[in-house]
Structures are given as C-alpha cells and as structure tokens.
Design a protein. Structure first.
Ligand SMILES: *Cc1c(COP(=O)(O)O)cnc(C)c1O
Length: 478
C-alpha cells in the first residue's frame, strides 16, 4: 500500500499531509497503548514504537504522510508488535504434489508422535536415566530394542539425521583407512552432501571402483589393500542409471567383504520399514533385507518414508554399531530429546502394521486414492474459480504426484488438482497469483508448470484451510 492510494481511500485528499511536528512523542504514544505495553512489556513495544515513529517522520519530512495514518497509529503499532511475535517458521499448505518435500519439512508427524512430544518436552524425563537402577542411563537403551525388533538387527543407535549417520559410520569404521565405493554410487544427495566430500570429512580415503554405469564383484576384490577399512554401498535414491548397467548387490558383496575381514555399510537414504508394495507403492529396499543380506551397518532417515522426525537411524551388528557408538563424534551428532520422543512414538506404530495407513500421515497421503483427490478437486472448483475470476480460469486436472526427498525419483503417483490459467496469458500474472497464495496467513505452495499454476490436492486433507482463505486471496489480487 503506498501513500497516494491511502489518501484517496481515506478521503484525505483535501487535507494537507502531516508534518513532523504532528507526530506524537514516544511517551504519549506508549500511554495511549497501555494495554499493549501491559501485554508485551516496555522493551518490545517501545522499540517498535520508536522504529514506527522514525519511519513516519521520514515520510512526514518529505511531505508524504497522510494524516489518516497518524490517527491509526495505535492500531499500526499493535499490528507491528503482534507481527514481531509471529514465528517465522509457519504452517503452510503443500499443494506442490511432492509428498515428502524437503523444503516444506518432509514427513508430517503422526498424532502419537505429536502427543508424545507435547507430553514429554515440558517435563523432566528419563532420557538418560535408568529408572530401574536409579542411575545414569543411555538414551539408546530406550529405542534400541524396538529398532532391533523391527529390523532384525543385533544393535542400533540414532543420530541427528542420515547424513550424520553416514558421516559417523564412515568415520568410526574407516578413519585413517580406505573406504571402497562404486563410481556409480558417488552421489550428491543435495547441498554439500556429496559422497567424496563426506569421505574426506570422515577422514577416510575414498577408493573408487568400477565405472559410472557398471561395477562388478572383481572391481571390489581388486581394490582391497591392507589399508581397506570399509566397503560403502549407497542407495542411488535420487536418480536412476538405466540401460547397460550392473551393480553389485549387498548379498553378493557381503561375503566378499567378510572374506577380506572388512565391514560392509549401506546407506539406504529413505529406507522404508515396511514393504510399500503392499499398498501399491513402488518398493524401496528395506533395512531388514539389507541386514539379512549380510550388511554390518545400515543407515536411513527418520523423516523420509519412515514418516517420523528428522533423525538418522543406524542398525547393524553388535561389533560395528558398538564401534560407532563409542566414536567420539557420536556425542556431537546425537539425537536431541525432542525428535527422540517423536521417533520412539513413530517406531511403535510399526508394531501395528495393519493400522499404519491410518496412523502415519506420510503413508496416508502416499496411498490416497486418485478418485478421492479428483472428487475433492471437483468440489473445490466452483469456489476457487469464483475467487480467481475474472483474471484467471480454473479447471480440474489429472496430475502426477511425487514421493519426494529423493525417494523413487522416477515413480509417479496418479493424483488430481486444479490448474489455473491467467486470462491475459502472461507469466507475470501467474507469478503474481503464486505470490498472493504464498502471502496468505496459511501460505499455499503450488507449482508453475509452463503457463499454468498447478495445485495438487493430494496433501490437502482439510479443504477448509484453503477455502477459508479464498476471500483474503480475492482481496490480495484486487
Ligand atoms: C536423503 C539421503 C541422505 C541424507 O539423509 P538426511 O536424513 O536428509 O540427512 C543420505 N543418503 C541418501 C542416499 C539419501 O537419500
């Protein structure tokens, strides 16, 4: 909103603009806003009042301050103060079509996990206290049995995220030694997490074997030296090599590694704990299958397909996990009590696999039937079209959702949603709509594809969160 508009709106065209001397003194303004000061205290309110008066003074000096703004000062100050108390991290509506969206916080926590966080975080708890012995305990003891039961592992531990799990695993098992990785698996997972860099950060010497598209058992065998400390397999979760390819699977590699006395670690990335094909989803490698194949260490994320909080899960043999747990870096990477509580509650849900689709939001969203999403699109169409007319037209469309977070990059889930087209056909008009959607109290994140703004409704479980904002959207676009 700029000054000329305001003066027209408030009919103050006839009134001369405010002068600097018309501005109230700070003390006077604060007295007028006594309830605001009582609620938030002097420091915040006075600081905001000072900043507000400074900004208005600049405009008054320039002769650009409508008087109506002076009259609205208490309300403006209250809005500023309340705005400062709004967290920058906010709930949004993910209509991107990517279910586990890394930029939008990945998996949604199950109700059981949310309840556990609420119940435990405001209270002391037994995070590192053995209630039976009445003495110091280890946080791993609270979760290790459950993780072993679910994966068939001998031992388990958890850290801050899977990147930390991989770093820690390599450091604990191969620091000062050589770690063998196939050239086809030297992946970049995102940002600065690239396998070769992780190796050097962990203090291991990377030994590349094979080629980009083909690696054979003999490639590994020929790479062994007395300095070999570890073989690392990386699940190429965010891309696929197709065509003339060959990789050595864990079941083939484990005996080769063990014959040389070297442990085998595999980074699964997402790592689902149940076979997703049961629900018609593409299958992901399971940690339990990797352990059965002979891996000594398997690492995976807590907030991808597992559907829990950010965490890195490490399962494997007693010997390998024991070395990992004792490695000093573990202390720096340990899982905080907040995600720890959520992770334990999420893992317990896996004890009731029949209920998982109801209990785990991530699985519920991934398995949402297309006809249900299409029905929702049909239902929302009239209201959305009305709010966006006359500058935009809206239609229902079949869409393809993605699982996200690098999981199963090639797979698509049949979905549905709304496609918005700008009547003037200009990309800028569409961008303005995307901006207005992001500017709503509950920001709506869609995606622009060629000359349409697509709203994939797979992740919209509470349509009122969208429809209740359509009035505001219409205003924002006016
Ligand atoms: C996502 C991913 C990671 C990193 O996991 P975070 O939990 O995000 O730290 C590592 N490796 C692979 C293969 C991944 O897909």
């Amino acid at each position: 909103m700029n000054a000329p508009d305001e003066s027209v709106v408030h009919g103050s065209k006839a009134r001369p603009p405010a002068r600097p001397s018309d501005l109230p003194a700070l003390d006077k303004l604060l007295r007028e806003c006594a309830p605001l000061v009582a609620e938030h205290g002097h420091t915040l309110v006075a600081g905001e009042a000072r900043a507000l008066l400074d900004a208005l003074r600049t405009r008054a000096v320039a002769g650009e301050l409508p008087r109506a703004e002076l009259e609205a000062l208490p309300q403006t100050l209250a809005a500023r103060v309340n705005g400062r108390m709004q967290p920058a991290m906010r709930a949004v509506l993910n209509l991107t079509g990517t279910v586990i969206h890394t930029n939008l916080g990945r998996s949604l926590l199950a109700d059981a996990a949310l309840q556990q966080v609420l119940a435990l975080m405001g209270s002391p708890n037994n995070l590192e206290f053995d209630l039976e012995a009445g003495s110091r305990g280890d946080r791993d003891d609270l979760i290790e049995g459950l993780l072993c039961e679910l994966t068939g592992a001998e031992a388990a531990t958890v850290v801050n995220n899977n990147a930390a799990a991989v770093l820690l695993g390599i450091a604990a098992l191969a620091r000062g030694k050589e770690a063998i990785v196939s050239r086809g698996e030297l992946v970049e997972i995102g940002g600065a997490f690239r396998m070769p860099d992780v190796m050097s950060a962990a203090g291991a010497t990377l030994v590349e074997v094979g080629t980009t598209n083909r690696t054979h058992p003999r490639d590994y065998e020929q790479a062994f030296t007395p300095r070999t400390g570890l073989i690392v397999k990386v699940h190429t979760s965010n891309y696929q090599v197709q065509g003339f390819t060959a990789a050595v699977d864990e079941a083939t590699l484990a005996p080769i590694a063990h014959a040389a006395g070297v442990p085998l670690m595999t980074d699964l990335g997402s790592g689902a704990l149940v076979d997703l094909s049961k629900w018609g989803l593409p299958a992901e490698p399971l940690p339990q299958a990797m352990l059965a194949a002979g891996c000594d260490v398997v690492t995976f994320s807590g907030d991808k397909l597992l559907g829990g909080p950010q965490a890195g899960l490490i399962v494997g043999s007693k010997a390998a996990v024991g070395r990992i747990r004792k490695f000093p870096m573990k202390r720096a990477l340990r899982l905080s009590k907040l995600p720890f509580a959520a992770l334990e509650a999420t893992l317990r849900l896996y004890l009731r696999p029949e209920r998982l689709v109801q209990d785990l939001p991530t699985l519920r969203l991934l398995t949402r039937p297309q006809n249900q999403i299409a029905d929702l699109a049909q239902r929302l169409l009239p209201e959305v079209a009305k709010a966006l007319s006359p500058r935009f037209t809206v239609e229902t469309v079949a869409l393809q959702s993605q699982i996200g977070s690098g999981s199963l990059p090639v797979e698509r889930l049949p979905s549905a949603g709304l496609a918005v087209t700008a009547v003037d056909g200009r990309g800028r008009t569409l961008e303005a709509l995307a901006t207005a959607l992001r500017g709503l109290p509950r920001p709506v994140i869609g995606r622009i594809n060629e000359d349409r703004l697509l709203l994939d409704l797979r992740c919209l479980e509470e349509p009122a969160l969208l429809t209740s904002q359509l009035g505001l959207l219409k205003e924002a676009l006016a």
